[in-house]
Ligand binder design. Structure first.
Ligand SMILES: Cc1cc2nc3c(=O)[nH]c(=O)nc-3n(C[C@H](O)[C@H](O)[C@H](O)COP(=O)(O)O)c2cc1C
Length: 302
């Protein structure tokens, strides 16, 4: 008997038609991919991180391919929250897929203000808080590197919005479970991880770092084992849903995260290589469930 697997997932208060999402910063504001991918097949789209004001990002070079990965120091270039709402959101929210807005800031107040603005807008299904950014007022350490700062920013955003709240963790920490628990207790509905791992590369002929910003974030297949380990740990540390991210290139990669206990996954760098890959990943998950006789996605975790 052939089964028709149910791929719908509940990520806290957020309902998704399936567990495959596009990761922030690798799909623009979603609509840029419209001509290439049937976006309505996907569970959701996480847009490029938004700040209160537009940002032009870091100077070039800001991308470098590494063995099995990508180093980027885009520097959070974005159109700013107002232009997102007026120019991008109308077309995006008309699509039958979840719209998740990723936010960033230099201070707790920035995050809180952004969440308050987005809370008043129709067409947004959830907020994802990028806590990998430096807390400029507190000496530049990333919010996500310290449980107290992570907790403070989560609580501030929680107060400003009733939208489902996903906090996206930084992997640049010693013990991910401390940060995961801190944001859970501060009111996160779900967590997503991992963001990029800090790295660098040196041009030996020019005798200087390749990236103008010296450091960048490493993504792609190279980081998948680290991401999977952290997702496994986070799933076992908290009682809220976990969204797995990091180096997912195909359905097998995505299934590893789902078997580890992730409720959903995000596909990042792989979309830059092949814009259609997320839909193929979704079909691969469906095929695996049929072949293994698993009728409901909640039956996947080991
Ligand atoms: C070019 C680029 C830009 C990114 N911009 C953002 C961003 O604005 N906000 C964010 O939270 N993560 C951002 N990320 C991180 C990704 O969303 C993802 O967490 C990370 O790349 C790991 O997944 P991957 O290996 O599938 O790419 C960016 C990644 C890349 C490669």
């Amino acid at each position: 008997m052939s089964i028709n697997p149910d791929l719908a997932v509940k990520t806290g208060p957020l309902n998704l038609k399936n567990p495959v999402l596009l990761a922030s910063g690798t799909c623009g504001y979603g609509i840029e991919l419209q001509g290439f991918v049937d976006l309505e097949k996907l569970g959701g789209i996480v847009v490029k991180g938004l700040s209160l004001e537009p940002r032009s990002g870091n100077p070039p070079p800001r991308l470098m391919e590494t063995p099995c990965g990508l180093l980027n120091s885009i520097g959070l270039e974005n159109v700013g929250v107002d232009r997102f709402i007026s120019d991008k959101l109308p077309a995006l929210s008309a699509l039958d897929t979840a719209v998740i807005v990723n936010i960033l800031g230099d201070s707790v107040r920035d995050y809180q203000e952004l969440a308050g603005i987005l809370d008043q807008v129709r067409g947004i299904d959830a907020i994802e808080v990028n806590i990998s950014c430096p807390n400029v007022r507190a000496g530049g350490a990333a919010f996500g590197s310290d449980p107290d700062m992570a907790s403070e920013v989560t609580a501030a955003v929680r107060k400003a919005t009733s939208l489902p709240l996903i906090v996206k963790l930084s992997p640049n920490v010693t013990d991910i479970t401390l940060i995961a628990r801190a944001v859970e207790h501060a009111g996160a509905d779900a967590i997503s991880l991992i963001n990029t791992l800090l790295g660098m590369s040196i041009d030996i002929k020019a005798r200087r770092p390749v990236l103008a910003n010296t450091f960048g974030g490493l993504s792609g297949p190279a980081i998948k084992p680290v991401a999977l380990r952290m997702v496994w740990q986070a799933v076992r540390a908290v009682n809220i849903p976990v969204i797995g991210i990091g180096g997912i290139q195909n359905a097998s990669d995505a299934l590893e995260f789902l078997l580890a206990g992730a409720a959903a996954v995000q596909v990042g760098t792989a979309t830059l290589v092949d814009p259609l890959v997320s839909v193929q990943i979704l079909e691969g998950i469906r095929m695996y469930m049929k072949e293994t006789g698993i009728s409901d996605i909640s039956g996947l975790p080991i």
